[in-house]
Design a protein around this ligand. Structure first.
Ligand SMILES: Nc1nc2c(ncn2[C@@H]2O[C@H](COP(=O)(O)OP(=O)(O)O)[C@@H](O)[C@H]2O)c(=O)[nH]1
Ligand SMILES: [Mg+2]
Length: 287
């Protein structure tokens, strides 16, 4: 990574976000055009949207040429979308992601980027001193989140207080190194990413961030929590010496995820590079 002005790629996963994403893209576009010295690119990764998110993103992209969209029709989930988006890592020195609803303001994301000289991955945290929470999550959601945290800690011992905050940034080489290990498509994707980085020896720095919990969440608490719990356990097994022995149970695993929970699955097939939306085709190039 160059000492000054690294190029930056920001991914925004988006599912049915036509009502929330436009002001967020405009804020990020204006902020990074004015305040970021290096090359900045923003790619919205959509999948299976049943609304007009793509048209909204394309409208904003007319005003900010560094904003692009990639669209995957399959229901690959937030994690699946990020797995695909992270294949664009060769476009920049640093690759990060934030949610489409503006929970993380542009400056807060920039603050994470500024700490990248201290680690290979910097993640925003809502649960360490100094964090600014403008709008707390509902009590039920906070309870589920803290229970999930305890389970994740007891399974993975990463000592990360907030694995689920939607704001993270990494060095390109770290993303490229762990990409093959990314296989959780649901909201537990972040654990997959963080654990893969840890196992590969990369340094993760958790810093307090600013967060506003927005209305219009796509999370259906019961179903999402159960899927995340199963994914965390599955991830633990993938990294255990017993995973091979569990091969006979794979059809059952698939049945539970797909049929019972309707959980997203990552895109199958060869590790292809995502194509830009047709209007922008050819513009997404490695740096
Ligand atoms: N591409 C994609 N993004 C998703 C999907 N589900 C959620 N997201 C995105 O993930 C981010 C976080 O979702 P949100 O509903 O705000 O979750 P919450 O803040 O944890 O309640 C947003 O940018 C969503 O658009 C999905 O299935 N596919
Ligand atoms: Mg949100």
């Amino acid at each position: 990574m160059p000492a000054t002005n690294p190029s930056l790629l920001l991914l925004i996963p988006a599912y049915n976000e036509e009502g929330r994403i436009e002001p967020v893209l405009r804020q990020y576009g204006a902020y990074f055009a004015a305040n970021y010295e290096g090359k900045f690119q923003l790619v919205v990764v959509l999948n299976g949207c049943r609304d007009n998110t793509l048209a909204v993103v394309n409208r904003v992209a007319k005003d900010y040429p560094f904003i692009h969209a990639v669209d995957f029709p399959a229901p690959i989930g937030k994690g699946g979308a990020l797995i695909e988006g992270l294949k664009l890592a060769p476009m920049a020195d640093l690759v990060g992601y934030v949610d489409a609803d503006g929970a993380t303001p542009p400056k807060a994301f920039h603050d994470l980027v500024k700490r990248m000289d201290e680690a290979d991955c910097v993640i925003g945290s809502r649960w360490i001193e100094g964090a600014v929470l403008h709008q707390a999550q509902t009590t039920k959601r906070q309870f589920a989140s803290r229970c999930f945290h305890l389970i994740v800690q007891s399974l993975f011992w990463m000592n990360i207080r907030d694995t689920q905050c939607g704001a993270k940034v990494m060095k390109r080489e770290a993303v490229e190194k762990v990409h093959d290990m990314l296989r959780i498509a649901d909201m537990a994707f972040d654990i997959n990413l963080l654990f893969a980085l840890r196992r590969a020896g990369y340094r993760i720095l958790e810093v307090p961030t600013e967060w506003t919990d927005q209305i219009g969440s796509k999370v259906v608490l019961g179903k999402t929590s159960l899927t995340m719990l199963l994914s965390a356990i599955r991830l633990r097994l993938i990294y255990s010496p017993f995973y091979g022995w569990l091969r006979p149970f794979r059809p059952l695993e698939k049945w539970v995820y797909v049929k019972l929970l309707g959980a997203p699955q990552p895109l199958q097939g060869p590790k292809s590079r995502p194509k830009a939306d047709s209007r922008k085709e050819g513009e997404l190039q490695p740096k």
